[in-house]
Design a protein around this ligand. Structure first.
Ligand SMILES: Cc1cc2nc3c(=O)[nH]c(=O)nc-3n(C[C@H](O)[C@H](O)[C@H](O)COP(=O)(O)OP(=O)(O)OC[C@H]3O[C@@H](n4cnc5c(N)ncnc54)[C@H](O)[C@@H]3O)c2cc1C
Length: 557
């Protein structure tokens, strides 16, 4: 098998090779492909759809992925088409409202998923990567050496041989199923309806986040509202998609009791699933009437669908040479934040593995770090769901949590949970756990270099490599990393804003702080070498003494 770091290009019908094959060219597969290209590995991306789907899915990104996209130079491109980007003063928590005081813990990027996928595909093309659209993974087999992937493409069936297969193939992941990885959790019994419709009689109340509807009065927009018969929400599409026509809204309903079978049920009395079209405008309107008691006029539907709430997580994200990321690994609300962060966490580790410099355990740390993050996602989305029930016990819990939310710090705690910023990766090294930045996303500090040029951590991270920042006045720390200089650039810098964060920071390619020391530490380099070895492999000097100067391939996972 080829040990190079680029994809082979023999025509369909013949066997092909690539160091990594990604099944699924949705947002997570695209992001992973970008990260691999930045790490020097060009994957083959298989996407069964011939083009990016027009079906409206996500309306935006919420949480830690927003600054991380800035750390890849993608935020400005996405901001261009966004109706809102930045920190938010409040956010919904099921039917409750989180109001943040002080600095907001939650950033959002309102961007339609379709546009996100176009921007990511364009970035991938810039990096020399491409997507095989209309190519479907049908099955695969793996052994100790390789994975063989069967593909059906427009010109027929063919085989691919690869060292690693990553399933980014969505919630119904074929890769996950065939790898025998369990997907425990639950599918909620209720069916929700979602529609994109015009509400001709709705009047938006400027600046209030409210609208007035005949029969319904003033209602809060975006926020899910609990009524005695179910849940609903209304959001003006223009708040999510700048290109949407005025007067169009996303309408959501979920009923506590079963909707009448002749409206929302299948003829045989079964419940209709999200996969059985069509939903009619009359169905959505009737459901809205039952939930709210108001007869609101809806016209001109552009999209109508049923959804069921899924809350599941794969047992493991790694099985031999097969990995999972995104919805293939976990499904819950607002899962794009977690899915794209999976891709950024995995990309550099897999590239290091393929290129032969990964320290032992690096790839396995993907499962450890991101499976734990996925569990936090399940925690808050399940808790939010539990708050939406219509019974008296749920009402008591809702009221009590509503009271607790007025206690300082509680809304912030939940905001950080939603954002994923409460996660702190466990970092080896003698400083691990001591410095408050260790294990967290590096803050976007403004910096001045010794040549007086000014930069930000976000700009330095766009190379997607590890980085050592030495803030000591005499640049004492940087020479300690001399053995890693080919892989880990070291910069002596001055922090321009705020109180000094540290004497030195070692930042992983995904932007997380692997090691930090100071300010004012007696030995500012203590633990640095241990951390460099754990995340960046052995130093050039130790490779020479062990006679192992050539890159190793496939160190132990
Ligand atoms: C109505 C709706 C609204 C949503 N709103 C939000 C939101 O506002 N915010 C948010 O964070 N999340 C939202 N989500 C969830 C979000 O859309 C998903 O989390 C996201 O799409 C997951 O991305 P992914 O790349 O992991 O999977 P997907 O987007 O499902 O992409 C998987 C890709 O794999 C391809 N594929 C599947 N099988 C194969 C195969 N065998 N071979 C080749 N290709 C294959 C598919 O065609 C697809 O393109 C919403 C979802 C829905 C349905």
């Amino acid at each position: 098998m080829s040990a190079d770091s680029g994809a082979g290009h023999s025509p369909a019908g013949q066997e092909q090779t690539a160091p990594v094959v990604i099944a699924g060219g949705g947002p997570v597969g695209l992001m992973l492909a970008i990260e691999l290209c930045l790490g020097g590995v060009t994957p083959i991306v298989l996407e069964r759809l011939p083009e990016i789907s027009d079906i409206p899915k996500g309306n935006g990104l919420v949480g830690q992925i927003v600054p991380v996209l800035d750390y890849r130079g993608l935020l400005d491109r996405l901001r261009a088409g966004s109706t809102y980007t930045g920190p938010v003063p409040g956010f919904s928590f099921g039917p409750l409202r989180l109001e943040f005081s002080g600095e907001s813990p939650l950033q959002i990027l309102a961007v339609p998923q379709r546009r996100l996928e176009h921007v990511l595909a364009a970035r991938l093309a810039e990096l020399g990567g491409s997507i095989r659209r209309g190519h479907e993974l049908t099955e695969f087999s793996q052994d100790d050496e390789a994975v063989t992937v069967s593909v059906t493409g427009p010109a027929g069936d063919y085989l691919l041989t690869t060292r690693y297969l990553v399933g980014c193939d969505g919630a119904h992941s074929q890769v996950r199923k065939q790898a025998g990885i369990g997907f425990p959790g639950f599918t909620a019994p209720e069916v929700s309806l979602i529609g994109r419709v015009t509400l001709p009689d709705a009047v938006l109340l400027a600046g209030s986040g409210e609208a007035e509807l005949p029969g319904l009065g003033r209602i809060q927009l975006t926020q899910q509202v609990r009524t005695p018969r179910g849940m609903y929400s209304l959001a003006p599409l223009t708040s999510l998609d700048a290109t949407a026509p005025k007067g169009t809204y996303i309408v959501y309903t979920r009923e506590d009791a079963d909707p009448p079978a002749n409206i929302a049920g299948a003829p045989d009395g079964r419940r209709l699933s999200d996969r059985e079209p069509p939903v009619t405008l009359a169905e959505l309107q009737a459901s809205f009437r039952r939930v709210t008691g108001a007869d609101v006029r809806m016209t001109d539907p552009t999209w109508l669908t049923r959804t069921v709430g899924n809350s599941r997580q794969a047992d493991r994200y790694l099985e031999g040479r097969v990995l999972l990321a995104g919805d293939a690994a976990h499904v819950f609300g607002l899962a794009l934040n977690a899915g794209l962060l999976d891709a950024v966490n995995l990309g550099w580790k897999l590239a290091a593995q393929v290129r032969g410099w990964a320290p032992a355990g690096l790839l396995a740390s993907y499962h450890t770090e991101r499976h734990a993050a996925g569990r936090r996602g399940l925690l808050h989305t399940r808790a939010q769901r539990a708050l939406t029930g219509g019974d008296e016990i749920t009402e008591a819990i809702r009221d009590l949590l509503g009271e607790l939310l007025t206690v300082p710090g509680v809304a912030r705690h939940l905001g950080e949970l939603i954002a994923g910023t409460d996660i702190r990766y466990d970092m080896p090294g003698s400083e691990a756990g001591r410095h408050p930045l260790t294990g967290r996303l590096a803050p976007d500090l403004r910096l001045a270099a010794t040549d007086r040029s000014r930069t930000r951590i976000a700009e330095l991270m766009r190379a997607a490599g590890p980085l050592l920042l030495d803030f000591t006045l005499d640049g004492r720390v940087a020479p300690e990393a001399a053995g890693w200089q080919e892989r880990v650039p070291a910069m002596v810098v001055k922090q321009l804003d705020g109180p000094p964060a540290a004497d030195a920071l070692l930042i992983r390619p995904d932007g997380y702080v692997a090691w930090a020391t100071g300010p004012g530490a007696a030995d500012p380099a203590a633990g640095l070498r241990e951390s460099l070895t754990a995340w960046c492999g052995t130093s050039a000097a130790s490779q020479r003494t062990s006679g192992n100067a050539a890159p190793r391939h496939d160190p132990p996972v």
